[in-house]
Design a protein around this ligand. Structure first.
Ligand code: T46
Length: 271
């Protein structure tokens, strides 16, 4: 089995670009672990896969790098430099990331978790939360002088839910804003893996603003919270780890409907 390149959807509008993938679409596995590599010194060689038992999907969210694969018969080099292309590494194939450009971000999604990472969280059946229930979670920043930094999220371990979908916002023009809606049941973590942006949270009563500007600092957004993202710095990338697959019927896109939804849901929670 050799590695293969896959194109991801690239949804372009005046607010920038959005690409996404989810469990088994178009990757052939369920997402178990997500890691991102950043602050890698230009030209460095970085990171082999830690196990040959897992499948991987690798994306250059920013900048570029080579992925050199070796299935013990053939060695191949893939140059990744587009946010909407991903490289699928099958089980049993060794890989190394090389020739990393300055300021690049590599995202590696894996089909198995880090051993021992099985802390369970229960976010189902929660009552409607307010903006103060949306916390900032600081992930460990694993560091090596020659290889840069990386952060890791395992399903239900570092974050309080299992990952079903990943999407990211990039090439957002200065002055544009994204979001401006709420979700009925989706929980998400937002990371500024490059640059910075502001997130305004609104539970219908209280508004709260959070600035994200560190690749290892994520904002947990619970269901039923209106969110708007703006003040994107140039070259910023918002990586989102989501608890469910894409479903347009989960969105509340009109603010009046959101206020009605909050009022009705609060009533139901109290009976
Ligand atoms: C959120 C903020 C932070 C898909 O087809 N699949 C996907 O996984 C996503 C996320 C979007 N789409 C489609 C739906 C729309 O036709 O892509 C188009 C743009 O989506 P939207 O206008 O919702 O993009 P944003 O940036 O306003 O909102 C997104 C997420 O949708 C939302 O969940 O919280 O980012």
């Amino acid at each position: 089995m050799t590695a293969t390149l896959h194109s991801l959807p690239k949804i372009t509008d005046p607010r920038g670009n959005l690409s996404f993938f989810q469990d088994r679409v178009p990757i052939p596995f369920n997402i178990a672990k997500v890691q991102w590599i950043y602050d890698v010194p230009g030209g460095a060689t970085s990171y082999d896969n830690d196990t040959l038992e897992a499948e991987e999907f690798i994306i250059a969210l920013s900048g570029s790098f080579d992925v050199v694969t070796d299935d013990s018969i053939t060695k191949e080099t893939f140059h990744l430099n587009r946010s909407y292309n991903g490289l699928l590494i099958p089980q049993g194939v060794r890989r190394t990331i090389e020739n990393v450009s300055t300021n690049s971000i590599a995202v590696i999604v894996t089909s198995s978790q880090t051993e021992g990472s099985n802390q369970e969280h229960d976010i189902e059946n929660q009552k409607l939360d307010n903006v103060h229930g949306c916390s900032i979670i600081e992930l460990s920043k694993h560091h090596s002088d020659s290889k840069g930094n990386y952060s890791v999220v395992n399903n239900n371990c570092e974050i309080p839910f299992g990952v079903d979908r990943i999407y990211y916002l990039y090439d957002v023009p200065a002055g544009e804003s994204r979001g401006g809606h709420a979700h009925k049941s989706l929980t998400q973590m937002l990371f500024a893996v490059s640059g910075s942006f502001k997130v305004e949270l609104d539970d219908g009563n209280v508004k709260r603003s959070v600035m994200l500007n560190r690749p290892n600092q994520g904002l947990l957004i619970k269901p039923g919270i209106w969110r708007t993202l703006d003040d994107f710095s140039s070259g910023s990338v918002c990586l989102v780890i989501a608890s469910k697959e894409y479903d347009e019927s989960d969105y509340i896109r009109e603010y009046d409907d959101f206020i009605k939804y909050r009022q009705e849901k609060k009533f139901l929670d109290t009976v």
